[in-house]
Unconditional design. Structure first.
Length: 185
């Protein structure tokens, strides 16, 4: 965290700390998934914050959590978002691998279409329709390039953005704001 810049705060108000985590997840507390609504809320807020700043999750609680849960909350949240970042990285690598395979198949198909178009043009078997056949094959060949171009021009960067966002969230600090202790008489 940059000491000269205060982190951007993501404020979350909960009744109890357990609401932050998926109650159906049987994993130990430190490895538990976040509740889907809590994750969406945190992600939505994080997307609205400036890109150059680190995050701090401030969780306001109505009921004080057990000490061991409070101490492990930051690690649990960080692990969860780090895991999500790794998953997005795998998705990105898989997409790029699919793009390379699609590009190779598309280029081979385009080459075949081009060669067939040349053969039709040279043999002039179709008479007046030779030009139509040649142009039709060229169009079909370029249409085959649509998916690889879509992957390399448009599809990869949203996954990369999500991966970077999850990596930022995996570095964020988590501060629990607990209710004041009851006054003793």
């Amino acid at each position: 965290m940059n000491p000269t810049r205060e982190p951007a705060h993501i404020e979350l108000r909960l009744r109890e700390l357990a609401q932050l985590f998926n109650s159906m997840d049987p994993s130990p507390f430190i490895d538990r998934d976040l509740d889907q609504d809590a994750e969406e809320f945190i992600l939505g807020w994080a997307r609205e914050l400036p890109a150059g700043r680190e995050f701090e999750l401030v969780v306001h609680l109505a009921v004080a959590p057990p000490a061991d849960r409070a101490a492990g909350a930051e690690d649990a949240v960080r692990r969860y978002f780090a895991s999500r970042g790794e998953m997005k990285g795998r998705d990105l690598r898989q997409l790029l691998r699919r793009g390379r395979t699609s590009l190779l198949a598309g280029l081979l198909f385009l080459g075949v279409c081009y060669l067939l178009g040349l053969a039709i043009g040279r043999l002039d078997l179709l008479g007046a329709f030779s030009a139509v056949g040649k142009e039709g094959l060229a169009i079909v060949g370029w249409v085959a390039m649509w998916r690889p171009l879509e992957i390399f021009l448009y599809d990869w960067w949203p996954l990369r953005e999500e991966q970077v966002m999850f990596q930022r969230l995996a570095r964020m600090s988590v501060r629990l704001v607990q209710p004041p202790a009851p006054a003793t008489a």
